[in-house]
Structures are given as structure tokens and as C-alpha cells.
Design a protein around this ligand. Structure first.
Ligand SMILES: Nc1ncnc2c1ncn2[C@@H]1O[C@H](COP(=O)(O)OP(=O)(O)OP(=O)(O)O)[C@@H](O)[C@H]1O
Length: 254
């Protein structure tokens, strides 16, 4: 069980009066990249918020790194990047990181260590040449990478990234996916990465396919393709959607 970074059982989340996640059961393995895939509005962000402990009205079991989601000890162990980059427009890239580094690792004695962490995080996201640029003058994709660098500062065990590649050109997307693989392979980081672009699925070790607040399937890309007799994860997804619909029409109405 300790090989799982996340374990959910009977996980249900309501937003307002609507139930948006329905009795989810899944696991996310440690040190691997798990893709959370599904169409817009299916509940990916809600699930990520539940995992990082910022979502209300969560019931059922949700264990993260061996603790219930939202446990205070998890705060420093999880890096979370939302869809809206949270950086200070009037500070440079380096100043943004230095500010967050000072919160994570305060005190004059840590100054040298902080400097090294900031420099490494900027290099990780390939923004060294923009380190002294004001964040407000960066493109949306670059600001997103500053947010990712902030999340990397604390060397988190779990990185939860909500659609990190939206709006990036193909070269940057490839570079980011290379970084994700490097983090998993060399630092043992567990990554949960959401996307509604199915071709990104092929880059993940494991996939959680979501639709309308439910998990359609939870497997490796290879196993999904093999089991559904399809060539791509997109085709596998459509196959599973049809299968689920056929299953529903066979069920007696309640
Ligand atoms: N405050 C709210 N009250 C009621 N329903 C909400 C609220 N916020 C979101 N929802 C609904 O919850 C569902 C899941 O939303 P969520 O943002 O998790 O989806 P998503 O898969 O992340 O979509 P996207 O990729 O577009 O961000 C949606 O149907 C949305 O309409």
C-alpha cells in the first residue's frame, strides 16, 4: 500500500447542491507520472483540489502520502499549480521565487541554500534567460512556468499540476514533459498531471480517465489500448465511453 501516493475509496464531492465526483475509487503510484484525463467540466480540477486539501464537501476515503488529504504535515510535501498562474506581476522571476523561498526556508543562515534552490528551480523550468524579467512582462505560458518553479522550490514529494501545458508551443510542451520524467526518475517525485489533450496521455506511466465525475478506467496507456483493441488512448477513451453508455442502457432504471 505504501507504493501508492494517493488512495481514494468511495470518494464523493459536492459543489453547491450538485454531486460532481461520484464514489471514486483509484490509486496513484509513487514516483510515477499519472495523467488525469477527461473533457472540460468532468471534475479534474475538483479532484485535484480535494487531493491538495482545498475542496469543501469531500466524503469517503482520500489518503495522500499516508495521511488523510488536507492533513497539515502534507502542506510542505505537495506542490500544486492551478490553471491560473499565481505570480506577482511587479516582481522579476527571481524575486518571485526568492519571496516564496523565504517563506519556505526563512532566516539569514539559509540565504545561500535559498539562492541555490531558486537558481535550480528557474533552470528546471527553462527560464534562466528570463530570470531578471518582470513576471508581468512574460507570456501566459512563461508565467505558468514561474508558478511551476515556485511549486518545485520545496522539493515536493507530490506535484499536482492542473493542465500545465495549456497554451504552450510543441517545443515547450516536450521540454516540460521531459522535466516531469526527470523529476519522477531522479527525484522520485510523484506527479499527477491533468490534461484534456489525449495525445499527452501517451507520455504518462498511468492514466485515470474521467468522464462526468466518474473514473472510466485506471491503467497504463499500453494496457488501455490493448484491452480496448485500439491504437490510441483517444480511441480507447471513446471505446470506454460507448461501453459505459451501453452498460447503462442495460441496467434496470431506478
Ligand atoms: N461552485 C460550483 N458550484 C456548483 N458546481 C460547480 C462549481 N464549480 C464547478 N462546478 C461544476 O463542477 C464540475 C466539475 O468542474 P471542474 O472544474 O472540476 O472540471 P474540470 O474537469 O477541471 O474542467 P476544466 O478542464 O474545464 O477546468 C463542472 O460540471 C462544474 O460546472
Amino acid at each position: 500500500m505504501m507504493n501508492n501516493a494517493i488512495r481514494a475509496d468511495d470518494l464523493t464531492v459536492a459543489r453547491g447542491r450538485r454531486t460532481v465526483l461520484h464514489q471514486l475509487r483509484f490509486t496513484v503510484p509513487r514516483g510515477r507520472i499519472t495523467g488525469l484525463l477527461g473533457p472540460s467540466g468532468c471534475g479534474k480540477s475538483t479532484l485535484m483540489r480535494a487531493i491538495v486539501g482545498t475542496q469543501a464537501k469531500v466524503t469517503g476515503t482520500l489518503d495522500v502520502l499516508g495521511h488523510p488529504a488536507g492533513h497539515p504535515t502534507l502542506r510542505s510535501r505537495i506542490g500544486y499549480v492551478t490553471q491560473a498562474p499565481s505570480v506577482y506581476a511587479d516582481l522579476t522571476v527571481r524575486q518571485n521565487l526568492a519571496y516564496f523561498a523565504a517563506i519556505l526556508d526563512p532566516g539569514r543562515a539559509a540565504a545561500e541554500r535559498r539562492h541555490a534552490h531558486v537558481t535550480r528551480a528557474i533552470a528546471d523550468v527553462d527560464l534562466t534567460s528570463h530570470a531578471d524579467a518582470l513576471a508581468g512582462n512574460l507570456s501566459g505560458g512563461q508565467r505558468g512556468r514561474v508558478s511551476l518553479a515556485v511549486a518545485l522550490l520545496g522539493a515536493p514529494d507530490l506535484l499536482v499540476l492542473d493542465e500545465p501545458t495549456v497554451g504552450l508551443d510543441p517545443v515547450l510542451r516536450r521540454d516540460l514533459w521531459n522535466l516531469f520524467h526527470e523529476l519522477a526518475a531522479t527525484r522520485g517525485t510523484t506527479l499527477l498531471v491533468s490534461s484534456h489533450v489525449m495525445d499527452e496521455a501517451e507520455r504518462c506511466h498511468r492514466l485515470l480517465l474521467m468522464r462526468e465525475g466518474e473514473i472510466l478506467d485506471d491503467d497504463t496507456p499500453d494496457a488501455l489500448r490493448a484491452r480496448t483493441g485500439t491504437d490510441t488512448v483517444e480511441a480507447a477513451f471513446l471505446h470506454l465511453v460507448d461501453e459505459a453508455a451501453a452498460h447503462r442502457t442495460q441496467e434496470p432504471t431506478r
